[in-house]
Design a protein around this ligand. Structure first.
Ligand SMILES: Cc1cc2nc3c(=O)[nH]c(=O)nc-3n(C[C@H](O)[C@H](O)[C@H](O)COP(=O)(O)OP(=O)(O)OC[C@H]3O[C@@H](n4cnc5c(N)ncnc54)[C@H](O)[C@@H]3O)c2cc1C
Length: 392
């Protein structure tokens, strides 16, 4: 977007592929063909049509996009051989599915109560793009232009029920009187974990509330980028390069240069080169490394009140433990859908080690992901990621 607004942009990327956690990679197998894997994200929503999703809004602004392949359900495998069919775009059907899987008709009502409790925050998010929501002292300034579009009654009912966008999503669960032991309570703890790697009690309400509103809107679908997450990265890269911006791969930033007034005026690169920044440096390195290695030592104590505080008070752990192992023997990979999630124990904390495993089979949806007759599989086991290829 900076390139679109006429700034000269240089992207310094330490890795050999662009895209960070979302980069894609390929493996060629002699005599078989090319398999394509996603290193990280595979679940996207609000991408195939204009929506409040900030990523969709960025792509719309820069006029680039991959082709999106929509689908409307994923499968969850719960203890006791229970198959939970999670469908988007139909809240009533989801309530019925919760009741069926749990064997408790009350689950549909619990879910309805949660939807009602979430609605005021959802309204707020509909009025304010998530891109403008922030939890620091600048929040009021960013929100100001949107106040006119907000429904004052929604805002009031949100405040009355004790919900705030930057407070944990567990406050919304409380406002909806969702019992912790219910399947509804478990599912939304899971959703918070799937979105941010933390339980609902440690995940900002704004993100989960946004996802909930988007996911259950009538007719809503999930989207997979044809060509994988790498195709999405390529679209963003085209937006930079077609406007004269430059990507430098294998270019590690070793330090941020800060002047006496506290302005970041450049970066020092591995190998000794220094790049001056005429306007600004945007640092997309994770907060832990930014605060502990890139920022000059004398500035480190001075970041109080900023997002970098998460390092100091250890509120944001660096890893998540929920993990498991999976055997793919005997599966009919051709007829399975794209996303599968297993849970070993619904009573254990959602981030308990060895509890969840996420598996995606992009080739079930995207015929460019693997040669004819083959499947590619990516999995996430806690902080570990695996990729595999198999014939049907
Ligand atoms: C396994 C996995 C599965 C996920 N699944 C989903 C999903 O299904 N849906 C979803 O929406 N999200 C998902 N996510 C989250 C999503 O991928 C991330 O939130 C998002 O990609 C983060 O993007 P980012 O640009 O903020 O950071 P990053 O992707 O971490 O980018 C940071 C970049 O900075 C580079 N870098 C670091 N240090 C330096 C340095 N010193 N000099 C130069 N470059 C440096 C890194 O190489 C990297 O490219 C998943 C994440 C993972 C890991």
């Amino acid at each position: 977007m900076l390139a679109m607004y006429g700034y000269r942009v240089v992207v310094c990327e330490a890795h050999e592929h662009p895209g960070g956690a979302a980069h894609g990679f390929e493996r060629k197998v002699k005599g078989v063909g090319t398999f394509r894997f996603d290193s990280g994200p595979s679940l996207f929503s609000g991408m195939s049509a204009p929506s409040a999703n900030p990523l969709r809004q960025v792509l719309d602004s820069v006029g680039e996009a991959p082709e999106w392949l929509p689908y409307d359900r994923w499968k969850m495998y719960l203890p006791g051989d229970k198959l939970f069919d999670v469908g988007s775009g139909d809240a009533a059907a989801f309530g019925r599915e919760l009741a069926r899987v749990s064997g408790d008709a009350a689950e549909a009502d619990i879910f309805n109560r949660l939807c009602a409790a979430n609605a005021p925050l959802g309204e707020l998010i509909a009025a304010v793009p998530p891109i403008a929501l922030r939890a620091d002292v600048g929040a009021a300034q960013t929100l100001l232009p949107y106040f006119g579009k907000m429904d004052p009654l929604s805002g009031l009912s949100m405040v009355m029920s004790g919900i705030s966008p930057s407070a944990p999503f567990s406050d919304v669960l409380k406002a909806g009187r969702v019992p912790e032991s219910s399947l509804t309570g478990w599912f939304f703890d899971f959703l918070a974990f799937a979105l941010q790697g933390l339980p609902a009690s440690a995940t900002q309400a704004a993100g989960v509330s946004f996802m909930m509103r988007e996911f259950f809107a009538p007719g809503a679908v999930m989207d997979y980028p044809k060509g994988g997450s790498g195709a999405l990265v390529d679209a963003l890269l085209r937006a930079v390069e077609k406007r004269g911006g430059e990507l430098r791969l294998r270019t590690r930033v070793e330090g941020l240069t800060v002047d006496n007034a506290g302005r970041c005026i450049g970066v020092g690169l591995k190998g000794g080169e220094h790049l001056d920044a005429r306007v600004a440096v945007l640092c997309n390195v994770d907060v832990w490394n930014t605060a502990s290695t890139l920022l000059p030592e004398e500035w480190r104590p001075k970041v109080k009140g900023s997002a970098l505080d998460v390092v100091g008070d250890a509120q944001t752990p660096l890893d998540c433990g929920s993990a498991s192992t999976a055997s793919l023997d005997g599966l009919d990979l051709a007829s399975l859908g794209v996303h599968h999630i297993t849970a070993a124990d619904l009573r254990a904390p959602i981030d308990a080690r060895d509890n969840l495993v996420f598996i995606s089979i992009p080739s079930a949806l995207d015929n460019t992901a693997a040669p004819e007759g083959y499947a590619c599989i990516s999995g996430m086991l806690g902080e570990k990621v695996f990729s595999a290829a198999s014939s049907w």
